[in-house]
Write a new protein. Structure first.
Length: 525
């Protein structure tokens, strides 16, 4: 008798989502996690001092809010398993050292008034952009949570209408070119150009323009979801759902190999030699660069193309701090009050500085101008720290390999101190308020999750040739593994990409079709 109907390798949120749908469908599911903790990039841990709960990777959940998983609460994560979100009025705000700020509100009229401080023309242009984003959102949203349409079919469909052709044009443009076409004030251009950076690419990168519309559409319709109790609350709700339906989630279980019977995946081997069998299939959060090693039966062409997938040059560096008191930003609201947002972007003085920062990363150099982002989610969810205390989550972009020959393990605290010092240019009580901090280099990112290969939090670069049904490769873009039946892939390296999308839903759809389960009937009573 098999150990499970379905084995899922990795407990990242995508794998848990896929496993949860199939558990609800009545399948006996076993999830295997290599770490002591669960969640992959969606995890909350006490990284500094007791009582301070930090989101080690993702800190707000944006794109998953449009997923039927949460939108329709298909698995009952909210109504049955305790998942709660708050949605602050200001999801994102840009700050400059001269004291100017540009908040982006859920209400487009308020955002337009904030932009009007810089340019009346840009304020009106923004309102038109907002309307366009809202019009395009249903079409974009429809393709994010199910298997992607073939590239040729998608292109042919969009090319048949003026609106489709406009979307295609925007998809091909760089954010820099788009901002130059739309806005006249450099700070407004930089504000939206910074959105590309959150996708780990330069605003000068071609095929990034559509991201501004996607970002704005989601921000205004859904907001930035701050999970109460931390990002790991999503992970915990998924695990409760799986266990409630007879499944199991096991930690400290490193999978070494996927076993086949010659044509079909039938089980796994752990690092300790233990063998576990699955009667109906395997779901694997297996990075393309690890796939050939973990799946010896992989056809050679599939293996070759998987290994040549490209990784972004802009790896992430993060700092998580326990604070004696909340941050006090030097800039204030128009009424003189303290700032409040989910994500603060500490902007360079000139838009060109931002662009040059990514240019240097392209050549493996450090950015001469830090591009620091900051979240202080205790503003919106006080449960994450002891009373009167606070936390921050800060990030910047760095090369994975250091040209100076120094190891990240030896030098990361030095870089973290520089990042915190940069924050002091915008925040009056930093570093004095910092009680303790934990920092993760790109090497640490890779250690916490194999999906973050070389520190790429999106698994692989989000280029046009690694997008849609060609993500990560044309052979693997439909979540199935050619030549190995009943092996299915999940992770940030699959469509729609990195971030908290709940993309395991699409993997579950594909697997359900293959094993004779009617996906539309999967729901919690």
């Amino acid at each position: 008798m098999a150990d499970a109907d379905i084995i899922a390798i990795g407990s990242g949120h995508n794998g848990l989502v896929a496993a949860a749908y199939l558990a609800v469908a009545g399948k006996k599911v076993l999830v295997l996690e290599r770490n002591e903790w669960f969640g992959g990039g969606v995890v909350t841990r006490e990284l500094t001092q007791p009582g301070f709960r930090h989101d080690q990777h993702s800190m707000s959940h944006i794109f998953i809010q449009g997923n039927p998983l949460l939108l329709n609460d298909e698995l009952g994560l909210k109504r049955k398993y305790g998942l709660q979100y708050v949605f602050p009025e200001v999801p994102m705000m840009s700050l400059w050292e001269d004291g100017t700020t540009l908040p982006l509100y859920r209400d487009p009229a308020k955002s337009a008034e904030a932009i009007r401080k810089f340019s009346a023309k840009d304020a009106e242009t923004f309102l038109a952009m907002s309307r366009q984003a809202a019009e395009w959102l249903p079409m974009i949203q429809a393709g994010l949570y199910s298997p992607p349409m073939p590239v040729g079919a998608q292109t042919a469909m969009m090319d048949q209408s003026a609106e489709g052709r406009e979307i295609m044009r925007t998809m091909g443009m760089s954010t820099f070119d788009l901002m130059g076409e739309l806005f006249e004030h450099d700070k407004v251009k930089a504000h939206f150009g910074r959105v590309a950076g959150e996708n780990l690419v330069s605003p000068d990168e071609k095929a990034t323009g559509i991201g501004a519309y996607v970002f704005l559409g989601f921000l205004e319709k859904f907001g930035f979801g701050v999970p109460v109790g931390g990002s790991g609350s999503l992970t915990n709700a998924l695990i409760r759902c799986i266990e409630d339906h007879g499944g199991a989630v096991r930690n400290n279980a490193q999978v070494r190999e996927v076993v086949t019977d010659g044509t079909r995946a039938i089980g796994v081997v752990l690092d300790n030699g233990e063998r576990l069998s699955a009667s109906e299939g395997i779901i694997g959060a297996i990075h393309p660069h690890h796939l050939p090693e973990m799946v010896p039966a992989l056809p050679s062409t599939v293996a070759k193309n998987a290994l040549r997938t490209h990784i972004t040059e802009a790896a992430c560096f993060t700092v998580h701090a326990a604070l004696d008191a909340p941050l006090k930003f030097k800039a204030k609201t128009a009424q003189g009050g303290d700032l409040s947002a989910v994500m603060y972007e500490l902007m360079p003085a000139e838009y060109e500085d931002m662009r040059r920062a990514f240019d240097e990363l392209r050549y493996g150099n450090f950015s001469p101008t830090p591009l620091v982002g900051v979240g202080q989610l205790t503003q919106h969810d006080p449960s994450r720290a002891p009373e009167g205390k606070a936390i921050f989550h800060a990030w910047d972009y760095v090369p994975y390999d250091r040209k100076d020959g120094r190891s990240w393990d030896e030098s990361k605290r030095e870089f973290a101190d520089k990042l915190i010092s940069r924050m002091g240019d915008f925040i009056e009580n930093v570093p004095e308020v910092v009680l303790d901090y934990h920092c993760d280099s790109p090497v640490d990112m890779e250690r916490t999750s194999p999906s973050f290969f070389r520190g790429d939090l999106h698994g692989i670069a989000t280029t046009t040739y690694q997008s849609g049904s060609h993500r990560p490769t044309p052979e693997l873009g439909q979540y199935r593994v050619p030549g190995v039946e009943r092996l299915y892939l999940v992770g940030p390296f699959q469509h729609p990409g990195g971030g908290v999308f709940g993309a395991g839903r699409a993997t579950a759809m594909v697997m359900a079709e293959d094993i004779g389960v009617e996906f539309d009937r999967i729901a919690v009573a």
